[in-house]
Write a protein that binds this ligand. Sequence first.
Ligand code: SAH
Ligand code: SF4
Length: 354
Amino acid sequence: MIIPATLDKSAIIELLSLPLADCSPLFEKAAAVKREIVGDVVYLRGLIEYSNVCSKNCHYCGIRKDNANVERYTMTDEEVITAAQFAYNSGYGSIVLQAGEVSTPAHSQKITRILQLINEVANGKLGITLSLGEQSAETLAEWRNAGAHRYLLRIETSNPALYSKLHPADTHHRYIHRIDAIQLLCDSGYQVGTGVMIGLPFQTLEDLADDLLFFRNRDVDMIGMGPYIEHSDTPLYEHRSTLLPLQERFELSLKMVALLRLLMPDINIAATTAMQTIDPIGREKAIQVGANVVMPNITPVQYRKSYLLYENKACIEEAAVQCKHCLERRILSVNNKIGYGKWGDSQHFRRRDN
Ligand code: SAH
Ligand code: SF4
């Protein structure tokens, strides 16, 4: 199939429906656009899974509040600083601080203090991304002032009806709040990342096409999206018989990455751990078709088994230093360079900001 110059919804759906064997033109075009616009460079963000304490009950997530089988933890300040120092010394330009959603003043202050400490040890040279759920304008401003400059908050699905099937029906989990939260991030001066899960129960190809168009309409700077992977301790697990096979969810994710690179040539796109969880070289495959960001896990190993958003998560035994060498080899194997010591900001953000 020839890839049309303008990708409208019906063309996107048609491309998402192609068998993988027929996707070479799509993948080759996405690779060419990546090379031309952002270059064959991969930027690293060391991922610190700071805490699995969460006030929410998303139906898909293994660390949801009501899962009593999770041993809850929060890293100490020292542990976070050690991890950040490791990232800095290793030439990872940035870190991501991720955790369950907590919205107390004590939590906000704690994060502010940690941000200040990180900036001290790294002389303000480490890019800091937050992924801490929906927060108030005041909290977001406080963290922005303390040195965080990017924020990840996935829309999870752009279809409001599907969103409501994936979340409890209370006021804490409303689609409209999520939309407002993403807008607030844009207004608060963060580089904003969002994303979706792919292969969710009840999700259609039309939904996925709408997700891609949603990203473009919202004019976001970064996207992280990957396959939905079921977790047996979650309500959504009861729908597992309706799911696409894992391999098909992976293939859809790969097509989504390639299509997104064509739709938004200058944004940052992550090759996600969920892709690697299904296919041992899933991240490399994503890099080959348009992704340009990888988030090596630098959480202390003793906590990783307690941060299982989904089951069989990749890399839960490897220490950060082992990950580092393994990752370098993997990225070089697909002829990409690593942007050592660089923040690797989204070119899109710079353009939007100007
Ligand atoms: N609490 C924060 C950050 C941690 S969750 C937040 O919700 O934003 C980070 C992401 O993990 C979520 O946005 C979701 O897309 C993903 N996730 C959760 N459960 C998942 C599952 N079962 N399969 C795949 N991704 C999942
Ligand atoms: Fe909490 Fe995030 Fe999991 Fe929802 S997805 S339950 S907010 S950690």
